[in-house]
Design a protein around this ligand. Structure first.
Ligand code: SF4
Ligand code: SF4
Length: 356
């Protein structure tokens, strides 16, 4: 199995809607080149239906592998798991998933996973042939990961956020979580290898450290593809150029040299010197915000201001018809939803001080 997975969270859009024909052409290109793995989720807005129209209605089921996820934060009782699963199957236009995982587990979601018996629900799906592999997508602490893998030894795989910037991060702890999965002998699927695009466009001091005949994103992908035990690397490709570049990187499958590994450590140090917000633009925070604040877009403008002092125009644009950062009432709903554990309320306050 070729190791690049097509993440469907950031499909190309036209007038705020997923562009189905462009997505279908990208999927065709991906399949033609021998890649087969697609990753969607119940909570990725419009992604499952886009998959059905762009892929499932145009290709045989045997041509592709499809991963999907159960979001415990959308459940109010144990019975909701079946409703969510059936909805996902219907939206995707398939009758089974190759990979199914408990979605975005953070430490505070673990209690609900047991309360609603999500573990046994997925085991039942597997025994019925509705899913082929059962795993978790994990954003919590190493201690909790260790506990979950010890208590659920039958998990087929673990999906982790791994990239060279988060490797030693005290909260994301990519490196420690990776080691735990290796010790438990679990195949690893990698998400956010480019940290939501952060490692694709580096600030000039960091980019200057890299060989400019290769893109910054290709270094980030080569960092993760070379790790032992990695089964798949997901990339949320949102245009054709990105896809071509990723296909070329994975076709070449060149591991990083020792010198390149050292250089990436230096790049990480330069990046860690800037107080940018580590937002991956996943959008999980937006749905529950009572003030409908465009949080990731504001953070993108904020990062631009920090890195190149030109975020104001972007900020004005993204808040044109929306509430601005100062509308935040500090209810905390967004911070509970954020898999990156970001201090959203405080950062919005800083953004409002800079921009308003
Ligand atoms: S804390 Fe602020 S930004 Fe977060 S959900 Fe509440 S109102 Fe929205
Ligand atoms: S603030 Fe957190 S939840 Fe919101 S988009 Fe960024 S990473 Fe995702």
């Amino acid at each position: 199995m070729k190791k690049l997975g097509f993440g469907l969270m950031r499909l190309p859009k036209e007038q705020e809607q997923i562009a189905i024909e462009r997505s279908a052409q990208m999927a065709n290109r991906f399949l033609e080149r021998g890649y087969t793995y697609f990753d969607t989720a119940y909570v990725y807005n419009g992604s499952e239906v886009a998959f059905r129209k762009a892929v499932a209605e145009r290709h045989q089921r045997s041509e592709y592998l499809l991963a999907n996820k159960l979001p415990v934060w959308c459940m109010k009782c144990a019975e909701d798991a079946q409703k969510i699963f059936d909805t996902s199957l219907e939206r995707c236009g398939v009758d089974y998933f190759d990979y199914y995982m408990l979605h975005s587990i953070t430490d505070d979601k673990v209690e609900d996973l047991y309360k609603y018996d999500c573990w046994n629900f997925c085991r039942k799906l597997k025994s019925e042939g509705k899913i082929r592999n059962f795993g978790i997508s994990f954003h919590g602490s190493p201690q909790v990961l260790e506990q979950l893998l010890s208590d659920n030894t039958d998990l087929d795989f673990v999906q982790l956020q791994i990239n060279y910037l988060d490797w030693d991060n005290g909260v994301i702890a990519s490196g420690k979580c990776y080691e735990i999965c290796r010790r438990h002998n679990k195949p690893i699927i990698i998400m956010e290898p480019v940290k939501g695009g952060t490692l694709a466009s580096l600030k000039p001091e960091a980019a200057a450290l890299l060989d400019d005949t290769r893109s910054p994103a290709s270094y980030a992908l080569r960092f993760v593809m070379g790790l032992e035990g990695v089964m798949m690397v997901l990339s949320g490709m949102s245009d054709e150029a990105q896809m071509e570049e990723n296909l070329a990187t994975f076709d070449a499958a060149e591991p990083l040299t020792e010198q390149e590994q050292d250089t990436l450590k230096k790049v990480a140090n330069v990046l860690l010197d800037s107080p940018v917000v580590g937002c991956t633009a996943c959008g999980y925070c937006v749905k529950g915000c009572p003030m409908e604040i465009p949080i990731p877009k504001i953070f993108s403008a904020y990062n631009r201001e920090i890195l190149s002092s030109d975020g104001k125009a972007k900020y004005n644009k993204v808040t044109e018809n929306k509430n601005s950062a100062s509308a935040c009432i500090a209810c905390g709903a967004c911070e509970t939803a954020c898999p990156q554990h970001l201090p959203i309320v405080d950062t919005l306050k800083k953004a409002s001080e800079i921009f308003e």
